[in-house]
Design a protein around this ligand. Sequence first.
Ligand code: PLP
Length: 324
Amino acid sequence: MELSFKKPSKKARKAMCQAALNLGNRKMEEYYKQQAEDIIKDSTHHEHARVVNSGNSAIMVAMSNMKGPVLIPDQGGWTGFKRIAEFLGLEITYLPTKQGIIDLELLENHFKYISPESLFITSFAGYMAEQPVKEIYEVCEERGVILVEDASGAVGDPMNSLACGDHSHIIVASTGSPKIVNLGNGGFISTNDPDIFKNSNYLLKSFRTSPVICAGMVESIKKAPDALSKTLDSCSFLKKKIKSVLFEECRGINVTLPSENPKKMARELRKKIPVEGGGIISTCPRYDRINQPAVCLEIKNLEIKYLKRENLSEIADITNKIVY
Ligand SMILES: Cc1ncc(COP(=O)(O)O)c(C=O)c1O
């Protein structure tokens, strides 16, 4: 079985090469930036967008607009939420979740006692399971809480449930490696509130990205719905084939296997499922995934063309034989 770690698509790389040849041409550089911001707005349905040099930069821009406490999930979030809030000296509160997934009753209950200014979540808890973003947004709207969705794993959701500005005040995303918009570098932020960008003018200048990334972003966002659908389908197929998985019924872009000995299981899996240029096995407990012993098959890291049924069946067969 041949598997390889995700690289930017050929079309994206071609566009990036062309943009590299135009470096120094101010007019063309502005054109690439504008094109990228336009396609981000199309994709997220937000009115304003900015391209930045990483996902964490986008989170920093969003958080630099906050003064009050930041609420984040107790697991299944992104470590950057905590690190950046600490860096900015913002108070952090943790929301109890069900294995990373936000429970709306718990959320409403939490808001009775604590009034955060913002809630930062990822579209998929730990890339494992879809968050009920629309419902979370409704609760936040009612309470005047700003919902920031890190959509690094969900750009281009064909169902418009995730990475959709109709029900997220701010969307941030990484376009680094290995993401759905996979350029090895860069990120973006979008919103309907123009003040967010007015207030962070200097940060946005400091975090600007190269026109090469902007050119790649245009091509890669066009392909995002297809890349995301194929990754979701593959995970759903694997979840049906593998005997013991978590979040069987949820949309997600990795597959989580509970394990009593995750380190040993991961070692075996890495040996039996080699991937050229990178890896697809991660271990838990880990804040970015789930707070219990488990192993994740990071299907999102794989080159889309290798997500064929025969490869996926082989991955499932291998995994079913390695149970710890
Ligand atoms: C969900 C999520 N958000 C943000 C980031 C940070 O992105 P970057 O490496 O572009 O700063 C990552 C990186 O892996 C991530 O997984």
